[in-house]
Design a protein around this ligand. Sequence first.
Ligand code: SF4
Ligand code: SF4
Ligand SMILES: [Zn+2]
Length: 261
Amino acid sequence: MDIDIIELSERKARFVLSGVSASFANALRRSILAEVPVLTIDDVNVYENTSILFDEQLSLRLGMIPLKTDIKSFSLPGECTCKGEGCPSCQVSLTLSAEGPKAVYSGDMVPTDPKVVPADATIPIVELKEKHKVVVEAIARLGTGRSHSKWQAGVASGYKNMPVVTIGDCDSCGKCVEVCPREILKLNGSKAKVTDIIECSMCRLCEEACDMDSIKVSSDPESFVMTFETTGALSASELALLAADSIKKRAEQLTEIIGAL
Ligand code: SF4
Ligand code: SF4
Ligand SMILES: [Zn+2]
């Protein structure tokens, strides 16, 4: 297996995965979406709420705020020594106390652990009018996207087969260059050339435009262009490594189960 990184920033990754099957690429996509645990608000104690939102609506909004997650500091409630009753190893609280008139944002939440903060400080929670007040304590726990989308660490995770465009005899008529919607075909001397194959959408318009039948568009069955973004709870590199680790652990578990049969 080879990995060729095209783009890697704090919240987005794009890379070419070669020498793997489509099932493995799909397993990685699914693992990014559903198998990596992150902290999310799971319980809310509402002490005062005179805003226009019902307690349930307010709690739902709080649950959708991505929280920066230091995965090594917390355990999943079901795997914690407290057996899920709740302790500093499996849960952390944030408080919110605000009085109108003002717009309340995620950045107004005060964490008890300074590392567990909202990934973005400008997510709107509620607009408080004169004399409106909100006082809540929110409890965050680890969970995975498999049980609820609020624990989804990755978003927009997808892949496509690596496109392959071959160009044979060419009279430089330029018709394929004109029709390519991604503008990745260029005339180079006496022949058309592909400038950025990863951007090819495999629309085959170039094939249809070529009177000489010189262009062939296909795909590599063992090479995939993968893209995903994060909610900000984890960095893109952390998420990719944890997703791959999750596949490895589950494969090992499966081997153990089959071995014990
Ligand atoms: S298949 Fe479509 S996107 Fe790809 S090179 Fe041909 S015209 Fe351009
Ligand atoms: S359409 Fe065919 S002949 Fe014309 S430039 Fe493209 S590849 Fe060459
Ligand atoms: Zn615990």
